[in-house]
Design a protein around this ligand. Structure first.
Ligand SMILES: C[S@@+](CC[C@H](N)C(=O)[O-])C[C@H]1O[C@@H](n2cnc3c(N)ncnc32)[C@H](O)[C@@H]1O
Ligand SMILES: [Zn+2]
Length: 266
């Protein structure tokens, strides 16, 4: 994938252990194998994005393949629609889904996340891909350079995604549905508030090709109950009593419910 300088927008080329632009901005390839293309100006906090603890919990959980039906649906749908790379996974986390997608399609993969811990963890395992620390708001990749763009349980920046996608490319978006992890939510919250959720949003510059619901049950025990919480935004919202109830939960059978929306540029 063609990278661009996050400071001046010129093309980056790889020279030894760094990427450089013609204006002499340079970015080291870290020992762990990722490239930090997040500028100080783009950082809204010292350590943006998921923490090390969240990243490690997500890896420990996903490694047990509880969410394999989601990975399978991504791969099957990509094949069915004739998707081809290069793949750009935005908000890639520790790389579970996109590394599977890249193997299934035999495509080149670039993963990007604002969390350094996430791309460090991804790079430690999936060495054949390129892992970037950067922001979805200003993707450090050239216009029309991705054939398949994915954002899985992560944010959507429609104009920026359209810019980097080829005209015949595909955008795969996975969003949690309203009934996602109801079991977990009913343990940690005293009452469940009904919130209308638009799970098939209209995106400027895109048309919806298909929307695939994904729903399945799974059971976690012991430490995986805590890992599950840590992977979700609920980890920021849980109160003291909810945390106590969860700590006392040894086994949880829950339902994962999400939707895969596939879009093409208009
Ligand atoms: C819920 S996690 C999903 C991770 C991965 N896609 C998965 O499903 O396993 C959301 C990810 O988005 C990242 N993120 C948050 N804001 C971001 C931004 N502005 N640009 C890129 N990544 C961002 C977080 O660091 C986190 O890794
Ligand atoms: Zn530059």
């Amino acid at each position: 994938m063609e990278l661009i300088c996050p400071i001046c927008g010129c093309s980056l080329s790889r020279v030894d252990r760094e990427y450089r632009c013609e204006n002499r901005h340079s970015f080291d390839i870290a020992r762990q194998g990722y490239v930090n293309l997040l500028t100080v100006q783009q950082k809204k906090s010292l350590h943006p994005g998921d923490t090390r603890e969240q990243v490690l919990s997500r890896r420990a959980f996903l490694d047990e393949n509880y969410y394999e039906p989601i990975a399978r649906t991504l791969c099957d749908t990509a094949k069915e629609l004739g998707a081809s790379g290069p793949i750009l996974d935005v908000g890639c986390g520790e790389g579970y889904y996109s590394s599977r997608l890249a193997s299934a399609l035999e495509a080149e993969l670039t993963g990007l996340d604002i969390s350094k811990e996430a791309v460090r963890c991804a790079a430690g395992r999936y060495k054949e891909a390129l892992w970037l620390c950067g922001t979805a708001a200003h993707l450090p990749v050239a216009d029309r350079s991705a054939g398949l763009l994915t954002s899985l349980f992560a944010l959507t920046m429609a104009a920026e995604f359209r810019r980097v996608l080829t005209d015949d490319g595909l955008y795969f978006q996975v969003l949690a549905a309203e009934d996602h992890l109801l079991g977990l939510k009913s343990i940690i919250y005293p009452e469940l508030l009904h919130k209308e959720k638009d799970t098939v949003p209209e995106l400027p510059g895109f048309r919806l090709v298909k929307s695939v619901p994904i729903r399945f049950e799974f059971t976690v025990e012991g430490e995986q109950v805590r890992n599950l919480l840590s992977m979700t935004p609920h980890v920021y919202r849980i109160g003291k009593e909810g945390a106590q109830r969860l700590a006392a939960t040894e086994k949880l059978t829950d339902t994962a419910s999400c939707v895969l929306n596939v879009y093409r540029p208009t």
